[in-house]
Ligand binder design. Structure first.
Ligand SMILES: Nc1nc2c(ncn2[C@@H]2O[C@H](COP(=O)(O)OP(=O)(O)O)[C@@H](O)[C@H]2O)c(=O)[nH]1
Ligand SMILES: [Mg+2]
Length: 416
């Protein structure tokens, strides 16, 4: 099966649905403060039709992205149908969140393919330049294009149009390296999991904590938050607002207190209440590396003393709109603490979505989540196929249409 067809099968609805069941958004505060434009967009995706089958049971299906819906007595979709629907929702989320980047990647690639018709060094150089401009990162671009050169040679591809699909496939390959296991969140099954969120001011730590809390709560987990950013004015209140919105308890002290003391309170409270997940906010000072290192070390020590193995995840939030600067921040953080994963926020706000690849290839830290907007369900687990679908959705949909048409024509010709 061609790669584009595989992506299309995974993310795009195959046929017109027979009956349409509108999906009601979950009544939570996360959708209260969104602007009308994005609300309209969400409505559209939420009302994506689902095919229903007869089943004599009533069931509420709760989604990790916060949507839940009831099926009447005799209308229950099958697990396969549900998974298909879930996958399409994921595709739609990435497609929506990567709209700016898609305009950039798709249009530029199409322009290149039109400008350079034969596969030669001029084409590869122009492609390199395009990818570097999209923040893919110099070394990553060199690896990617080198592997394309080889593939073109191996398969004797002479027309650039025939490389279209290979380019997209190589992007996935370059992301998916051998340490796939690291991609998953390290969540303890029957014990408390502690997640420490780090990153400089304004990158989206607190917002991400709110979204993560919502995701895990929707999965049925008992979530608590620790207001460890005692430094920045208003940071504690901001986390409390998220806690109220999501409906989870926030452990806090007053502004200016010792973050390690807050963590001590929080982890003991989480243990006493039998919580599943504790997510800890921290202050994002990087002006003074030595200070930050001491502070984070102290916090980690308090956590690991109370719960051996904690923190189970140290997530570094990076703002995708800051481009190469995000890489610089990541390198600096890597020097002061062990980072187990990246949350790349505000991917919806940049046309240079290539930064994901640079982070993966140059830092060797997996991108665990991406922020695709400001709403509660706009934090999605990162996966390379959803990502390239978001980047090239129209191209993928179109090209497989063409492929299907060609196949039909061939079949017709054979039938005659
Ligand atoms: N568009 C968009 N905005 C985001 C995203 N994540 C965070 N933000 C915004 O970034 C700003 C800073 O976020 P905040 O959580 O306060 O950052 P912190 O200082 O690291 O805690 C807020 O206005 C958020 O709404 C995202 O994925 N997409
Ligand atoms: Mg904050």
């Amino acid at each position: 099966m061609s790669f584009f067809k595989k992506l299309k099968d995974r993310f795009v609805s195959k046929e017109e649905p027979k009956s349409v069941e509108p999906l009601e958004p979950m009544e939570d505060a996360g959708t209260q403060d969104i602007d009308p434009q994005s609300a309209a967009q969400t409505k559209e995706t939420q009302h994506k039709p689902v095919e229903v089958f007869e089943q004599p049971k009533k069931e509420t299906v709760k989604q990790s992205n916060g949507w839940s819906f009831d099926f009447e007595d005799d209308d229950l979709i099958s697990i396969e149908e549900f998974e298909e629907w879930e996958s399409q929702q994921l595709g739609a989320k990435f497609k929506e969140g990567l709209e700016k980047s898609r305009e950039n990647f798709q249009n530029k690639l199409n322009d290149l393919l039109a400008m350079y018709r034969t596969v030669d060094e001029d084409f590869f150089e122009a492609l390199e330049e395009m990818l570097i401009q999209a923040d893919v990162g110099f070394n990553t671009v060199m690896d990617l294009v080198e592997s394309l050169r080889k593939e073109a040679k191996r398969r004797n591809i002479t027309e650039t149009a025939d490389l279209r699909e290979v380019i997209v496939e190589k992007i996935v390959e370059i992301y998916e390296q051998d340490d796939d296991e690291l991609q998953k969140m390290n969540i303890q099954d029957d014990a408390l999991t502690v997640i420490l969120m780090v990153g400089v001011n304004g990158v989206g730590k607190t917002t991400t904590i709110g979204k993560l809390a919502h995701r895990y709560k929707t999965e049925g987990k008992h979530v608590m938050l620790a207001a460890g950013d005692t430094f920045r004015a208003g940071a504690i209140e901001q986390l409390q607002v998220w806690g109220d919105r999501v409906g989870v308890e926030v452990i806090k002290q007053k502004e200016g207190s010792d973050p390690a003391a807050v963590m001590y309170d929080a982890i003991n409270a989480a243990k006493n209440r039998g919580a599943d997940i504790l997510i800890c906010d921290t202050a994002g000072r990087l002006q003074n590396k030595a200070n930050l290192m001491t502070e984070l070390e102290k916090v980690k020590k308090v956590l690991s003393k109370a719960v051996p193995g904690a923190p189970h995840e140290v997530l570094l939030a990076l703002d995708a709109t800051t481009g190469q600067n995000a890489l610089v921040q990541a390198k600096a953080f890597k020097e002061v603490t062990d980072v187990s994963g990246i949350v790349l926020t505000k991917l919806d706000g940049t046309a240079k979505g290539g930064i994901v690849l640079a982070i993966r290839n140059e830092l060797h830290i997996p991108v665990k989540f991406v922020g695709l907007g400001e709403k509660l369900d706009d934090l999605q687990p990162f996966d390379a196929e959803s990502y390239v679908y978001g980047l090239f959705a129209d191209m993928i949909e179109q090209s497989t249409d063409e492929e299907n048409k060609a196949a039909e024509l061939l079949k017709d010709a054979q039938d005659e």
